[in-house]
Structure formats: C-alpha cells, structure tokens
Write a protein that binds this ligand. Structure first.
Ligand SMILES: Cc1cc2nc3c(=O)[nH]c(=O)nc-3n(C[C@H](O)[C@H](O)[C@H](O)COP(=O)(O)OP(=O)(O)OC[C@H]3O[C@@H](n4cnc5c(N)ncnc54)[C@H](O)[C@@H]3O)c2cc1C
Length: 448
C-alpha cells in the first residue's frame, strides 16, 4: 500500500461515526469546552454525517446531548452518557433567492456560512462577536449581537428539522406551527437534535466600523440612547475603572440615511488612531477591520475574525440581560462594584437587543441591554462575585445568558421566564423520558 492510499484509508476510517467515537476514547485526551474551563463528563462522541445516522443514534441512546462547537462556558451542553456531534453536517442545503431564505445543515458555523451568503448577494441581520460558533448551538442559547433594532440570532430562524427522543423527524415552521414554534427555536438542547435550519436573509450590505476611546461615564449616563442609536450595532467595552467606557465600537451600514458621520470626538471620546482589541493590551490582529474601512457585513459585525482566536482564550464569561429602560441604572449599579469586579475582569461589554417572541429568549417580549463580563479564568473568585452582581441587578429582574456562567437560582429564573411552564410542557411532549435532559437543565429548568 503506498503512502497516499494509506492516508486516504486513515481519513475514511476517521470519518466513520463508530471509529470517531473510539478515537475519542483511545487518544485519551479529555473532551473540554472551547475555553477549557469545563471538562465534559464523558468523551463518548458519535459523529453523524446524515439525518439517518443522527436518528438512528438518538433512537439507540437512553441519554445524550447534542454538542455544537463547544463555546458555552457552563455545563448546558454536558452529558454523563454520550454526545451526538453534527459537525460533519455542515452543508448549505438550499438557497431560495425569491423567499430570501437559506437552509443549512445544523453543524455549519457562521464562519462557514457567511462568505457563501455574501457571494450569492445575501446577508444575515446580525452576528455574535465571533463567527466560529455553530448556527444550531448559537440559536439554541439565544446568542446575540448588538443593535437596538436587531433581534438575537435565533429570530432569523423560520423553520427547523428536529429529531425527537423516539427518532421521529419533525419539520416545524414559523408560519405553520406559530403556536409552538417560538418555544422550539431557543430550545436549550432540551427538545431533541436540530438537524436543519432555515434562516431569513436580506440583500448583502457593506459596513464600516469605528472605534472611540475613553467615553466619560457622565456622558454615557446622559446620552445612552443617542450613543446606542448612533450605529446599526454598538458595543461599549469597559473595565469599570476611571469613570469611563474604554472603547465604543460603532458598526455602521453604508446606506443612504444610515451611515455614521465620523468625527474626531464622540460624546467626549476620541477616535482611535489604529485598530484596537477590546482588551487594549491584546493584539488587534485577531479583530475585524476598524478605522472606517468599508467591508462586507460578515467581516464587520463580529468583533473577531474567523481563522484567528476570538477574545482572550483563557477566560470565563457571564452576561445578564435587563430591560432596556433600566440600562443606565443597571450600568451604574455594576459600576459601584468596580473595586470588587476589576481584579478578576479582562473586560466588560454592554450591548442592546430588540425584543422577540421566543419563549426562552432573555429578550422575550422585552428589549434589553446586556452587561457582559469576560473574566480571568479564576472560578473561585468569580463564583463568589456572581451572586453579588446578581443581587445588585435584582431590582431589574436580570435574565442570564444561557451559555455563560451564572448562579441565579431556578426559582428566580421561573419568575423572569413567564413561558417556562409552557417550555417544560413542550419538552415533555417531545422528550417524555428526559433523554436530552442533563444536570444543567434539571437544575435550572425542570427543577429535578
Ligand atoms: C469567545 C466567545 C465569544 C462569545 N460571544 C458571544 C456573543 O457575542 N454573543 C452571545 O450571545 N454569545 C456569545 N458567546 C456564547 C456562545 O455564542 C454560545 O455559548 C453558543 O451557544 C455557542 O454555540 P455552540 O455551538 O458552541 O454551542 P455548544 O456549547 O456546543 O452547545 C450549546 C447548547 O446548544 C445545544 N445544541 C447545539 N447544537 C444543537 C443541535 N444541533 N440540536 C439541538 N441542540 C443543540 C447543546 O446541546 C447545548 O445545550 C461567546 C462564546 C465565546 C467562547
């Protein structure tokens, strides 16, 4: 056998579902999430490359979780039993220019999808800070970008294919299944395996990104609405020190009537003179182009570039959603904690998101501002800080990001998620035996 044949044979063997599972065991490396702060409770991963394989695997398991691109910081995706990976199912299945929709297999990442859409003349309405995440995993946890008129990424889902616990395949759509569809899209991995999604599109667009540095907190307090309305998507980065926002990132669509008029000063902040990272000390090489250089939407909406490491890497993240109307009060409440927060913080980010109708979305029927924390990987200290932050935000009834670290107890989650009982009922309909239920879901949703 020559070398090329041997390589081909090994590649084919590695791609086979059964062997991928064995390899995960034999290599002996423990399976971890992206940040490395969580070691999953099993390394047993089955990789499906077709709907049939996924169905068959789901049918044969007593308990499992679907694993996306492993970017959650908490144990929402964890399993003690086995994982189904749909990473190999990463194709664009159909583009419908007339309906302005794209249908994708669930393992695709935004980084794979977006350049394709752009080449075909289309775009998504928004993106998260990084394109590396899977579409299905991101939508399942209500992942969001910024922009007060922009809903989270799951709001673009118009239909999906779901393999339920029995292996039944359901095709559900916003139009046909209006009553339950809003309960399915942000499904937290509790309803089954999503194998296909259809997303709303719009014509492609160009954007420019501008960064301003050192915005005085007083100006933020007095002009929060104007600052947030200045671009299509606006992010504020702060370390909560020196009564200022370190960086304001304004992402502006290059369209008549929408373009941001760049000036040297912005509410007391100064225009950056070079590309910067949200954590100023880190290299901006990993970040999307700034300085007002026009470029495609998918290379401006995220902060971080595909092919490069996003954010800081060795980190933890937490994020809280509060009603948009309480934005300034909530920010000032956290600012009071600056001396406790700062020693463990890499950077905080403040964003806005439009209201939606998705039952388990933190923006369910409520426009939100989010206060995000990128922490040093110091879980002991962070786990002591989170209840303090949550207590400070309690008057605003905070909703935590489902994929990040929080300590809000279930009884409080139940109070702020009005549709939780309906979601539990829906989960029981699709998964009566709790095949897709893990410790996270038991603790935070099901209560046992
Ligand atoms: C550096 C970094 C930056 C981030 N930036 C942002 C940001 O800007 N905005 C934001 O909101 N979040 C952000 N996040 C959080 C991230 O978007 C979410 O954690 C998201 O869920 C990641 O998707 P994933 O595919 O990695 O999910 P995983 O962690 O793999 O899984 C998440 C959940 O989705 C379920 N799931 C995955 N695939 C399927 C499927 N096919 N069918 C059914 N269930 C499925 C899993 O079972 C699990 O419950 C960031 C995370 C990192 C690491």
């Amino acid at each position: 056998m020559n070398r090329r044949t041997l390589i081909k044979l090994l590649a084919a063997v590695a791609a086979s579902p059964v062997v991928s599972r064995l390899l995960a065991w034999t290599v002996g490396e423990r399976l971890k999430n992206w940040a490395g702060n969580l070691e999953y409770s099993t390394g047993r991963v089955y990789s499906a490359s077709s709907l049939e394989q996924a169905r068959d695997y789901v049918k044969r398991q007593d308990r499992l979780k679907v694993l996306g691109s492993r970017h959650c910081f908490n144990d929402i995706a964890d399993s003690k039993d086995s994982f189904l990976s749909l990473k190999a199912m990463d194709q664009v299945m159909a583009l419908d220019p007339a309906a302005r929709t794209v249908t994708v297999a669930a393992g695709i990442t935004y980084g794979q999808l977006c350049p394709y859409l752009d080449r075909k003349g289309f775009a998504l309405h928004n993106l998260a800070s990084l394109p590396h995440i899977s579409v299905a995993g991101a939508c399942s946890t209500a992942t969001h970008g910024s922009g007060e008129k922009n809903g989270n990424l799951a709001t673009a889902v118009s239909s999906l294919e779901l393999v339920t616990a029995t292996g039944e395949v359901l095709n559900l759509s916003r139009d046909r299944d209006g009553k339950i569809f809003p309960g399915v899209v942000v499904g937290l991995g509790a309803l089954g395996a999503i194998t296909k999604l259809t997303l709303d599109l719009q014509p492609t667009y160009t954007m420019r990104q501008y960064v301003y540095q050192d915005l005085p907190l007083g100006h933020l307090k007095d002009h929060f609405d104007e600052i947030q309305a200045s671009g299509y998507s606006v992010s504020l980065f702060t370390d909560w020190q020196k009564q200022r926002v370190n960086e304001v990132w304004i992402k502006s669509r290059v369209e008549p009537g929408r373009a941001f008029k760049a000036t040297a000063e912005f509410f007391g902040a100064k225009a950056a003179t070079r590309n910067v990272h949200p954590i100023l000390e880190l290299s901006a090489a990993n970040c999307t182009e700034q300085m007002g250089v026009a470029g495609p939407w998918y290379e401006r909406l995220p902060h971080f570039r595909m092919g490069f490491m996003p954010s800081a890497g060795k980190e933890l993240q937490s994020e809280y959603f509060v009603p948009r109307a309480n934005a300034v009060d909530a920010i000032l409440a956290i600012e009071k904690l600056r001396d406790q927060v700062s020693p463990h913080l890499l950077i905080s980010e403040i964003r806005t998101i439009a209201a939606d109708n998705l039952w388990m979305s933190p923006c369910y029927e409520q426009a939100c501002v989010t206060i995000h924390f990128t922490w040093k990987q110091e879980w002991d200290a962070v786990s002591r800080l989170l209840p303090i932050i949550e207590r400070e935000l309690a008057p605003f009834r905070p909703r935590p990001h489902w994929g990040k670290l929080f300590t809000i107890p279930r009884v409080d989650l139940e109070r702020v998620y009005r549709k939780m009982p309906d979601f539990i009922e829906l989960s029981k309909r699709y998964d009566p035996q709790g095949k897709f239920r893990n410790e996270f879901l038991k603790k935070n949703i099901f209560g046992s």
